[in-house]
Design a protein around this ligand. Structure first.
Ligand code: DC
Length: 217
């Protein structure tokens, strides 16, 4: 194994990427970078500042003065920890919308490449294996049926006390899948050299082990 190695995990919303990536990072003693959180932070800020997705100049001005960083697993937006604020269904949809904008992707991909160039990392998202870390040593495409992903998300939201029906959650997942897979720029798709793991019906531990096995091979 080379000194520095990168693991790219891509897949649709709710496939369990962040849970798996966090656990694998801990087991291997490497950093975890949640690129979805970065798109969420931008969607959150744009909405807060009233910058519409159609306002390219306004967005560029906002991006030029936006700072995003991770400190001890927390995402900092302009120095503020926004971890909890960006995990709502509204921000999920905003992230999906704003992530289709070229200026947004350009800025975040640049930051992500910088983060992946200095140390061993596991990075999850939609375009990590196909674009951000095209030369990553290990690539995983983590998938699960839309119904299984909706069931998991529904339970998570219930535990947080957020009231959304299962049908609404499933509809959201399908809408985000469509957005993420059909945008012109770096859409979600499995890299040709990625190992696909379908986690439908698999336990979290089994998926973690499958990723570790891929790295240890
Ligand atoms: O992984 P997530 O659900 O937190 O991601 C939120 C949104 O951000 C998702 O709908 C698509 C977008 N995203 C992206 O376009 N590229 C990435 N590398 C990560 C996320």
């Amino acid at each position: 194994m080379s000194e520095i190695f990168r693991i790219a995990i891509d897949g649709p919303s709710g496939a369990g990427k962040s849970t798996i990536a966090k656990a694998v990072a801990k087991r291997l003693g490497i950093d975890y970078i949640d690129t979805g959180a970065m798109y969420r932070a931008i969607g959150y800020k744009a909405n807060l500042c009233g910058v519409s997705a159609e306002d390219a100049d306004g967005l560029q001005a906002m991006l030029d003065t936006t700072d995003i960083d991770f400190v001890q697993g927390n995402i900092l937006l302009d120095g503020e920890n926004v971890n909890d604020k960006i995990r709502t269904p509204e921000v999920s949809m905003l992230a999906s919308k704003y992530s289709a904008i070229p200026e947004v992707r350009e800025k975040l991909v640049e930051i992500q490449r910088g983060m992946g160039s200095r140390k061993s990392v596991i990075m999850d998202g939609r375009d990590i294996g196909t674009n951000v870390l095209k030369d990553a040593e290990y690539k995983i495409y983590l998938n699960a049926s839309a119904e299984e992903r909706a069931t998991r998300r529904f339970k998570e939201l219930q535990e947080k006390g957020q009231n959304q029906s299962y049908e609404a959650v499933l509809e959201d997942i399908k809408q985000r899948d469509y957005n993420d897979m059909n945008r012109p720029l770096n859409p979600l798709k499995k890299a040709d050299d990625a190992l696909e793991i379908d986690s439908t019906g698999m336990s979290i531990d089994d998926v973690i082990q499958a990723v570790i096995d891929c790295v240890n091979k």
